[in-house]
Write a protein that binds this ligand. Structure first.
Ligand code: ZN
Length: 243
């Protein structure tokens, strides 16, 4: 069953991203798993003890020859949640794709595919965050102007689900939004779904706390087979399950 229409050709835009090595060595150079490295980095950041070991002139020269990021971060464009800072990483460490509310389009998904297939990343983290303005705008309802309206159909289904659930609607929607995007990416054919199926790629959702600086990983151990109610987002088609 084809779950997503897109996820196909990576054309010139992807090839412009990097001339880095086409290997799967990205995480092999470090002892810890990519997820461990992110957890440890976030802990340093949250404690106010970030390092700067990957921001030096030497590091800049090293990565100028080619990039080998060890993880992809799909994050919100919010200025308070820069992934490199939040995870205490530096030049060449993270391959970052950002848009408000982590809403993805074709070009963004193509960028993720490039990082997996050509740069050897083995982890994708979809990073939502506390009090996300994009999610909040949909929670509050009403017409969003101009191109902002593109966010509504992508986020509205999780907002509706969060409203039914009750409690902190905004925060529940933030969590559900990140989890939904992670699931959809896991089933995005042909590239991402194949890497996940072969256990060469993990895609997990997370929530960043604006107040504490801590990243909480969501659903990290759950299977990715519960996507039947997933809404469509721009560039990702709703799964066709026959009715
Ligand atoms: Zn946001």
């Amino acid at each position: 069953m084809k779950l997503f229409a897109f996820c196909a050709a990576l054309t010139t835009s992807a090839l412009l991203i990097s001339n880095g090595p086409s290997t799967r060595e990205a995480s092999a150079t470090q002892g810890n798993s990519p997820l461990d490295r992110l957890i440890a980095g976030n802990q340093r950041f949250a404690e106010g003890k970030p390092t700067d070991f990957h921001e030096s002139v030497e590091r800049r020269g090293e990565v100028a020859k080619g990039q080998r990021p060890f993880a992809v971060i799909v994050g919100c464009a919010d200025s308070r949640v820069p992934p490199e800072l939040v995870f205490d990483q530096g030049l060449g460490d993270l391959f970052v794709v950002r848009s408000a509310g982590e809403v993805l389009g074709d070009a963004a998904i193509g960028s993720i595919e490039y990082a997996i297939e050509h740069l050897g990343c083995e982890l994708v983290v979809v990073l939502g965050h506390e009090r996300c303005g994009a999610v909040d705008a949909v929670v509050k309802g009403g017409e969003l102007p101009a191109h902002l309206s593109a966010f509504t159909p992508a986020i509205l289904p999780v907002v509706e689900g969060a409203k039914k659930k009750g409690g902190d609607v905004l925060d529940n929607a933030v969590r559900a939004n990140a989890s939904r995007i992670a699931r959809q990416l896991s089933e995005c054919e042909p590239i991402l779904s194949e890497y996940v199926h072969l256990d060469k790629l993990k895609i997990v959702a997370a929530r960043y706390d604006l107040d504490t600086g801590a990243v909480e990983f969501l659903d990290a151990k759950k299977p990715t087979s519960t996507l039947h109610e997933a809404p469509s987002v721009h560039g990702i088609e709703k799964p066709n399950h026959g009715h």
